[in-house]
Design a protein around this ligand. Structure first.
Ligand code: PLP
Length: 438
């Protein structure tokens, strides 16, 4: 318990809704981290979002740095996205047949991305990654996949092994309900460790269909990798006939229009995207060379489908959002704003001698209670430091700042965050750090 905190926000309506929700949904939620298990208080039920701001059921207003876990790079309720969605949904919501909107979104993506030639839309990041893994297995005719400790790739069976996010938060390394035979096909190694990669490729020679990585791991803190390491990964995959999959569900269209592949200038074999391409509606996709993608049904033998895949309303939101990202200077402004924000907080912490670091890449940031200049592997995070995050989270909520409810989650800045928002947020962070460290 902390001293001298200002009054806690009122949560009467949220608490009431949460009690009801618990009778309908396991833990009262439809996705686990939303349950606020690792921070103080009951979950806030959100009523409205506009620009960088959120309002909860009790009327509390927040500046939002969760941004729906990443999709809202233009902030909430962006006018152009909303108007395009309204225009398209006047014509009906789903046909289960092709529409021109799918072509339009695909063309926007493919003409502005040097790393893929063909793609397939899905309705979530999980589906995109699950399908990419199946494609890699079908293409290579191998069964094993290799993933990294702390990287999260959605909740499909083969990938829920030592994943980050909610799993780390709940102290689990895996999930019940996954057949051992599936988990046996998934090799897990630490990030930033070339020896571990060498050992895995030696032990499972000729058996690894794909290596999957978040090239900017952002689901278990922000575990920024060095470019040389990612290049090593590219080379070892090529040498072994293993496909390299970049899971860019977070980094795609976030660190730049071409995501991490463009940022590091590394050509993966398959890329998965989600979040930002849907403009806040459910869209995922995977893409690759035409040669590899043509292994997908109906031309190829790898089956993958979806009733709502390429849904016109979701495509409309994606088109309206991506068109804005392509405006000259969009990313530069967003990146500069975030860098200045991160630097100011780091400077304050350093001046006060606080054991606190802001790790940042482009418009993604992570607060860590540590002195380490860099944290590159999940095992380097001290779980005890999450107690400090918990205090900080409450103090920030009380000061009108909304962060994702776990110290393992990263924050996002959108183009809707104003200088005034960022100034208020910095002040709230300074006060919260003073409370944590005094
Ligand atoms: N891959 C990564 C890197 C993610 O961050 C996520 C979700 O956070 C997923 C896959 C799964 O996406 P979705 O939650 O849309 O199923």
């Amino acid at each position: 318990e902390t001293q001298n905190n200002i009054n806690d926000i009122s949560r009467e309506k949220s608490a009431e809704l949460y009690e009801k929700a618990k009778t309908y949904f396991p833990g009262g939620v439809n996705s686990p981290v939303r349950a606020f298990k690792s921070v103080y208080g009951t979950p806030l039920f959100i009523q409205k979002g506009d620009g960088s701001h959120l309002w909860d059921a009790d009327g509390n207003e927040f500046i939002d740095y969760c941004c729906s876990w990443g999709p809202l790079i233009l902030g909430h309720n962006n006018a152009q996205v909303r108007e395009k969605v309204i225009e398209v949904l006047q014509n009906g919501m789903s046909f289960g047949a092709p529409t021109a909107l799918e072509n339009e979104l695909a063309e926007l993506i493919l003409t502005n991305n040097r790393f893929i030639e063909k793609l397939r839309f899905t309705s979530s990041g999980t589906e995109a990654v699950m399908s990419a893994i199946r494609l890699a297995r079908g293409y290579t005719k191998r069964d094993k996949i290799l993933k990294f400790e702390g990287c999260y790739h959605g909740h499909s069976d083969s990938l829920l092994v030592k994943a980050g996010s909610g799993l780390v938060t709940f102290g689990e390394t895996s999930s019940a309900g996954i057949p051992k035979a599936f988990a046996d096909e998934t090799i897990v190694v630490s990030l930033n460790d070339t020896n571990a990669l060498d050992a895995a490729f030696a032990e499972f020679k000729g058996q690894i269909a794909a290596v999957i990585i978040e090239p900017i791991p952002a689901n278990n803190g922000l575990l920024l990798q060095e470019k040389a390491y990612l290049q090593y990964l590219r080379e070892i995959c090529t040498q072994n006939g293993t496909l390299l999959i970049f899971d860019e569900v977070i980094s795609g269209f976030r660190v730049g229009f071409e995501g991490a592949a463009g940022y590091y200038n590394i050509q993966p074999d398959i890329i998965t995207y989600g979040k930002i391409i849907g403009g806040g509606l459910p869209v995922g996709m995977y893409g690759s060379s035409a040669k590899i993608m043509d292994h997908i049904s109906p031309v190829g033998t790898v089956y993958q489908a979806g009733t709502l895949s390429g849904n016109p309303v979701a495509m409309a939101a994606g088109i309206a959002q991506l068109n804005q990202l392509l405006q000259p200077g969009f990313y530069e402004a967003l990146n500069n704003k975030t860098t200045a924000f991160a630097n100011a907080i780091q400077q304050y912490a350093d001046e006060k001698g606080y054991h606190f670091k802001v790790y940042q890449i482009r418009s993604i940031f992570w607060f860590a209670f540590t002195d380490a200049e860099a944290i590159r592997a999940a095992e380097e995070i001290n779980p005890a430091s999450m107690v400090d995050f918990k205090v900080m989270h409450r103090e920030l909520l009380n000061r009108g700042i909304y962060l994702g409810p776990s110290g393992y989650e990263v924050g996002f800045i959108s183009s809707a965050h104003t200088d005034d928002d960022l100034a208020k947020t910095k002040q709230a962070i300074f006060e919260s750090l003073d409370i944590v460290f005094n």
